[in-house]
Design a protein around this ligand. Structure first.
Ligand SMILES: *[C@@H]1O[C@H](CO)[C@@H](O)[C@H](O)[C@H]1NC(C)=O
Length: 292
């Protein structure tokens, strides 16, 4: 009899669970693999165990066809890294509040995926780097929290690309991306403020405020161009060391030259996490964006 109950319980919970493991899909690119689908505890034979793992997480309304995945993938594969692009469109394409409410559950599954990956491949968790845009930045944070809470392990790095503002402006650290979610957390803010899609807060150890960090970013004509500038800058910074930023109190002080002698940092892959704080820089209007 108890078996029947257990079976019914599983069916009922399964049917009503908001998020299940198969909803989230993982695709691998590197020197050997080209869009190979991986699953939790099914990692295939193509992961390069001697290379870092870069995990891309898109934002609201997006999918594996996200506008910035191609550029990030090409740049990182060129450096020899493993790139795993996540598709969470099954939930990302629901209403904004619904998607926000599911981030924690989705993060638990991505954490399971990462924990299985590092254990089966003998890769250091410190070499795992999540790059998330908008809601994907907060989803990266929830993944880091789940790795810590469920597996007692600390993710290497999160790059939060214009972390979403709506619903998060006044959130406590447990409900959003936070610097405690990985050993190293950097953010790039390009649409900060109440009328923007990005958050106006320094959530990372190192926070970059290109052109002041809010709309309208140089060269932007159409909404949501400013919000989407963060991944475009980051993609260029995967291989470029020309996004030189200065620690400063504000963009106006930066422009007045008051921070010229302050410590510098590099937006993109080569960020120095021993120099923390808020960093300002100006960019060009079109690609290549770095001024050098
Ligand atoms: C961001 O917040 C600061 C105060 O912390 C404020 O001075 C600034 O105007 C805000 N930026 C935008 C674009 O709203």
């Amino acid at each position: 009899m108890w078996k029947v109950f257990a079976f019914l319980l599983l069916c009922v919970c399964g049917a009503y669970a908001r998020v299940s493991a198969g909803d989230i899909r993982y695709f691998l690119w590197n020197g050997r693999a080209n869009r190979e689908e991986l699953r939790i505890n099914q990692y295939g034979n193509n992961i390069d165990r001697n290379a870092p793992v870069k995990i891309l997480i898109h934002g609201w309304t997006e999918s594996i066809d996200s506008f910035w995945y191609g550029g990030a993938r090409t740049a990182y594969v060129g450096t020899g890294a493993n790139v795993i692009a996540i598709d969470w469109s099954r939930h990302a394409q629901l209403t904004y509040p619904t998607a926000v409410g599911r981030l924690s559950d989705i993060g638990e599954f991505i954490a399971q995926f990462i924990n299985g990956l590092v254990n089966s491949q003998g890769i250091s968790i410190n070499d795992v780097h999540l790059v998330g845009h908008s809601l994907g930045a907060h989803l990266s944070g929830f993944t880091g929290k789940a790795l810590r809470n469920n597996f007692r392990t600390t993710l290497g790095r999160i790059s939060g690309l214009d972390p979403a503002g709506p619903s998060f402006t006044t959130s406590l650290s447990r409900n959003r991306l936070d610097s405690s979610d990985a050993a190293r957390v950097d953010t790039i803010l390009t649409d900060a403020g109440l009328s923007g899609l990005g958050i106006n807060r320094s959530l990372g150890h190192v926070n970059f405020w290109p052109n002041g960090g809010s709309a309208v970013q140089p060269g932007c004509l159409y909404y949501p161009c400013s919000h989407n500038r963060a991944p475009r800058f980051f993609n260029e910074g995967i291989t470029s060391r020309r996004f030189v930023a200065r620690r400063c109190g504000s963009y106006s002080n930066y422009n007045l030259g008051l921070c010229r002698l302050n410590p510098q940092n590099l937006l993109g892959e080569f960020t120095d996490f021993s120099t923390t704080g808020d960093f300002y820089l100006s960019t060009r209007r079109t690609s290549p964006f770095a001024q050098g």
